[in-house]
Design a protein around this ligand. Structure first.
Ligand SMILES: Nc1ncnc2c1ncn2[C@@H]1O[C@H](COP(=O)(O)OP(=O)(O)OP(=O)(O)O)[C@@H](O)[C@H]1O
Length: 207
C-alpha cells in the first residue's frame, strides 16, 4: 500500500514528506503507516479504487485534513485542483482566475499564460456558469498553473478533458517539473508522468 524511500526518515530536501501517516474518515481506516517524500522535479501518482482515499490523501497534502497518526512536513507552497473549481460562477473566467491570482501573488500575465497553456484563451470572457464540464476543468487547472505554487496537487485532473487537452496537461506538468516544481496526481485516467513514484491505496477497513 505504501511507497517508502529512506525508511522512517523524511528527506530534508523534500517539498512534502509523509511519515507513517494514517487517515481515518467516516469510521474507516483509509490508509496507515504511509511514508513518502516528493522532492523538486518529482511526481507521485496515487491510484486505488473508488473510496480508497486518494482525494483524502491530497487533502492531507494540502493541509485541509489532519492525519490521525504520523507527521506531514511541507516546505513548498501548494495548489489543489479537485472537482470543486471554486471559481465565481457570475464572473468571467479571466476575472475569476484573476481574483485567485492576486490572492496568490501571481505575476501579471499569469492567468493569460495559464489559459494559453491549456488551449483555452478563448474562454477568458466567458462567464464561469456557462462553462462545460471539460471547460470548467481546464479553468480549474489554469487556476493551479497561474498560482505559482511549487507543488501541484491534482485530483482527477483529466476527468472531463478531451483528447486534445490531455497532452496539454501532460506538457504543463512536465514543464513544471523541469522548472523545479513537483506534482501529486490522483487519477483513474492514464497520464504520462515519467519516473513518478507510485502509491497504490487499497480498500478501506473499519477503524
Ligand atoms: N467529509 C467526509 N466525512 C466522512 N467520510 C468521508 C468524507 N469525505 C470522504 N469520506 C469517505 O472517505 C472515503 C474515501 O474518500 P475519497 O474521496 O478520499 O476516496 P477516493 O479514493 O478519492 O475515491 P474516488 O476514486 O471515488 O474519487 C470514502 O468512503 C468517503 O465516503
Amino acid at each position: 500500500m505504501t511507497t517508502r524511500q529512506s525508511p522512517n526518515a523524511p528527506r530534508h530536501d523534500a517539498m512534502i514528506a509523509f511519515d507513517a501517516v494514517a487517515c481515518v474518515r467516516g469510521g474507516n481506516v483509509l490508509f496507515e503507516d504511509l511514508s513518502f517524500a516528493v522532492c523538486e522535479g518529482g511526481a507521485l501518482l496515487v491510484s486505488g479504487p473508488n473510496g480508497a482515499g486518494k482525494s483524502s490523501l491530497l487533502r492531507l497534502a494540502a493541509g485541509l485534513l489532519d492525519p490521525v497518526a504520523g507527521r506531514i512536513s511541507r516546505s513548498a507552497t501548494t495548489a489543489l485542483t479537485d472537482e470543486r473549481a471554486a471559481l465565481d460562477p457570475e464572473q468571467s473566467v479571466a476575472r475569476a482566475l484573476g481574483w485567485w491570482a492576486r490572492l496568490d501573488g501571481a505575476p501579471d500575465g499569469a492567468v493569460d499564460a495559464a489559459l494559453a497553456t491549456l488551449g483555452c484563451t478563448h474562454l477568458a470572457p466567458v462567464p464561469v456558469r456557462l462553462l462545460s464540464t471539460g471547460q470548467r476543468k481546464r479553468a480549474a487547472l489554469a487556476r493551479t498553473i497561474a498560482s505559482g505554487a511549487a507543488l501541484w496537487l491534482l485530483d482527477e485532473p483529466a476527468n472531463g478533458l478531451d483528447a486534445d487537452a490531455i497532452p496539454l496537461l501532460e506538457a504543463a506538468i512536465a514543464r513544471h517539473r523541469a522548472a523545479g516544481g513537483a506534482v501529486m496526481v490522483a487519477t483513474h485516467i492514464a497520464l504520462a508522468l515519467p519516473d513518478a513514484q507510485r502509491v497504490a491505496l487499497g480498500a478501506a477497513v473499519p477503524a
